[in-house]
Design a protein around this ligand. Sequence first.
Ligand SMILES: O=C(O)C(=O)C[C@]1(C(=O)O)C=C[C@@H](O)C=C1
Length: 365
Amino acid sequence: MDLETARGKISELDRKLVDMLNERARLSLNVGAAKRQWLKEQGDEGEPEVYVPGQEKRVFEKVRNLNQGPLSAESVCAIYREIMSASISLQSDVSVGYLGPPGTFSHQAAMKRFGDSLAYVPYAKIEDVVAAAAKEEITYGLVPIENSTFGAVVQTLDTFAVEQPSVKIRAEVYLPVTQSLLSRYQLSAIRKVYSHPQAFGQSRQWLDQHLPNAARIDVSSTAKAAELAAAENYTAAISSEVCASMYNLDVVAKDITSTKDNTTRFFVLGQSSDNPTGDDKTLLMFTVDHREPGALCSALNVFAKYKINQTAINSRPSRQRQWHYMFFVEIIGHEQDGNVASALEEIKSYCLDLVVLGSYPRQSY
Ligand SMILES: O=C(O)C(=O)C[C@]1(C(=O)O)C=C[C@@H](O)C=C1
């Protein structure tokens, strides 16, 4: 086929594609109206949830399976990400808060999950993102929960303990994370390194080897670190490569993370969890009476009894009583699944307080 013919055919197809995209958009408006109507029938005058992670997972799985190439599954999914982003923004004005400034891994994870058509709002602290989501200053908030190299993000767990009744986890997002050393200086001239404690933890071996004498200063985010390194002499930041161009820095060393496949998991917080999809996880937060021998063990045994798998367990000081802990346990299943509901009922007798932080579709990306 010659150039002119091929371009002519593409142009014809583009016309059809735009028509079809708009047809899909009109259907999405119908979906929005149907959700509103359903809520009204339930006597709820509030706004329906526009972002439905379970439905998006089904759409992504379907288009992946339908795809015959030559486009890669990733390309088709990226296109669909933007189609659904536009669909969300058509249904409602949706804003997503994240730990800023722009360029942080939280920002990248938010963009990965919500696409280009929504409004993004940076906050200086994880606590501020959670509080903003709780007050509905933003529609959704995105917070880091754990990293595959350095473990739990304790600020997020501690914030859940404070804000727990007012936000629900709605979705999880995984983002591959590559840390780099950014600076205006060569390695030998660097005296001080700024970064977030998580990024220092993920790059400790490289730093010990290559910059053992440079001071390591914790700041609120990796993008904040880049901003500071751009303004101060003889300093560097451990940050994302994205921040090099954003803050006018050079990439002095690329991929300094201690482990391969370093990945951070994030939660999307909103007003409610999604409906069960048949493949969900649930995060619980509880305390047990530590004067009772084996209290934690008795609580966890309930999950074994109902054949519920636990995927993670973390503990944080309760801050109410010394040597008293808040446990965070993630299990397979949805709060509304029969076996989970029964286990939650039973486990209450072993817990001083039990909060379901949310149920969300299981993701691998
Ligand atoms: O099915 C829905 O609930 C929709 O709002 C439609 C749609 C889509 O465009 O496919 C849009 C946003 C949701 O996150 C999921 C799916």
